[in-house]
Design a protein around this ligand. Structure first.
Ligand code: FEO
Length: 400
């Protein structure tokens, strides 16, 4: 990997991680990722904006060969994939000062043991001059972590947006395109990382729109030379708009829950409701997260196992709750052998989601007439609720 010039005196010096397949021991990365670091040379001062994951520090240091002086290292966000290589950079550039938010200072000391005397904190809206270039710091708490900030390079009209507008995508091109793979990676990233902070991010985006931005350079994935598309997609995702879609994550053990899921799917489609199904034995949880970005309803399907839901269902439900999607309605379907507390358990797991719970449908053993009648009633209720709440669109936004 070599430095890539973005504009005069501005380079991408980060690393593309083609092989990484899991982030935070949790998030699947089917397309790898990149750790974007940028070097900005002003007429008087030189700044490194973020670093890379410690596993790829050699790539960063190789990209900095020939750079004799770095005056400042900006740490937008203390997480290791961006700040983890700061200690290595400081070994070479001993006089460089690390610039971060006040909250970031504590985290850098705690997580990376960076010496306190080498850290400068900046207030929201504060600027530094590089001579012929000015950097403005914009605090953006909960653009993943509470200490996060972004920077606006004023003269070049570039927003260095940290995790916001990012993608876990390894690619040879520096710039984004409207290629489906690029769009899907952006939505996947939003779903997995940003969705829990939807309302906060909405406010940040509104604020950033007051700045002159010709280019967005995030900390993961491609740089957006024409930022309109990525901003439009994010505005759609953080909005309150819902699609006429039911998400159906499920597990079946002996086929009874499968029959219920099949029946409900057909009944919903017949009534004009779109369905996205996820057999949790084989589901990529990133795909489930993406579907949750704008779906109106979730119906969770599970057999009863030792008095509760199947463990894979418990895990998916826990994740759904943590991601705080804007779901409006929820229900539960499934089969049991002799009884249990599955409904109470699942309901307790989705306390973050302010969805109206529609009457669950549980059957003993194989579903019969009563069970299918219950599913028909549930499908009708969902279709009616969607219509009454004007949730009729299944319109696609980029990345859907
Ligand atoms: Fe890419 Fe929140 O770190």
């Amino acid at each position: 990997m070599r430095p890539k010039k973005i504009k005069d005196d501005i380079w991408f010096v980060g690393a593309v991680d083609w092989d990484r397949r899991l982030f935070d021991a949790l998030v699947p990365l089917p397309d790898g990722t990149s750790y974007n670091a940028y070097l900005v040379k002003g007429s008087e001062k030189t700044v490194l904006i973020d670093t890379v994951d410690p596993t790829m520090v050699d790539v960063l240091m190789s990209n900095l060969e020939g750079i004799e002086t770095i005056d400042f290292i900006i740490s937008h966000h203390s997480e290791q994939d961006h700040s983890g290589a700061i200690p290595h950079v400081l070994e070479k550039y001993k006089d460089a000062k690390v610039i971060t938010s006040p909250k970031g200072k504590g985290l850098l000391i705690e997580h990376l043991h960076i010496p306190e005397e080498g850290i400068i904190t900046v207030k929201d809206g504060e600027t530094i001059s590089l001579g012929n270039k000015t950097i403005e710091f914009l605090h953006a708490p909960w653009v993943h972590w509470p200490e996060t900030m972004v920077t606006h390079l004023r003269e070049d009209r570039i927003l260095f947006s940290c995790d916001l507008f990012g993608s876990h995508l390894a690619m040879s091109e520096l710039y984004s395109s409207e290629d489906w793979r690029v769009c899907e990676a952006a939505k996947r990233y939003y779903a997995e990382i940003m969705m829990p902070f939807r309302t906060t991010i909405r406010r940040h985006i509104e604020r950033f729109e007051g700045y002159q931005i010709d280019m967005i350079a995030p900390s993961h994935g491609p740089v957006h030379k024409d930022p309109e598309c990525i901003i439009k997609s994010h505005k759609e995702w953080v909005s309150d708009k819902l699609n006429n879609t039911v998400i159906l994550p499920y597990v079946t053990m002996h086929g009874s829950t499968q029959r219920m899921v099949d029946y409900l799917t057909e009944s919903l489609i017949e009534k004009g409701v779109r369905v996205e199904r996820f057999n949790l034995l084989v589901t990529d949880t990133g795909k489930l997260a993406m579907a949750l970005v704008d779906a109106a309803t979730i119906v969770i399907g599970s057999p009863m196992v030792l008095g509760g839901a199947h463990p894979l269902v418990v895990s998916a439900t826990f994740l759904t709750n943590a991601l705080r999607p804007k779901l409006r309605f929820a229900s539960i379907i499934g089969s049991y052998g002799w009884g249990g507390k599955m409904v109470e358990q699942i309901t307790g797991l989705i306390s973050n989601i302010k969805a109206e719970m529609l009457e669950p449908v549980l059957v003993k053993g194989l579903p019969g007439d009563e069970g299918y009648k219950g599913l028909e009633r549930l499908a009708s209720e969902i279709a009616t609720k969607h219509r009454e709440n004007n949730i009729v669109s299944s319109a696609k936004t980029p990345g859907n």
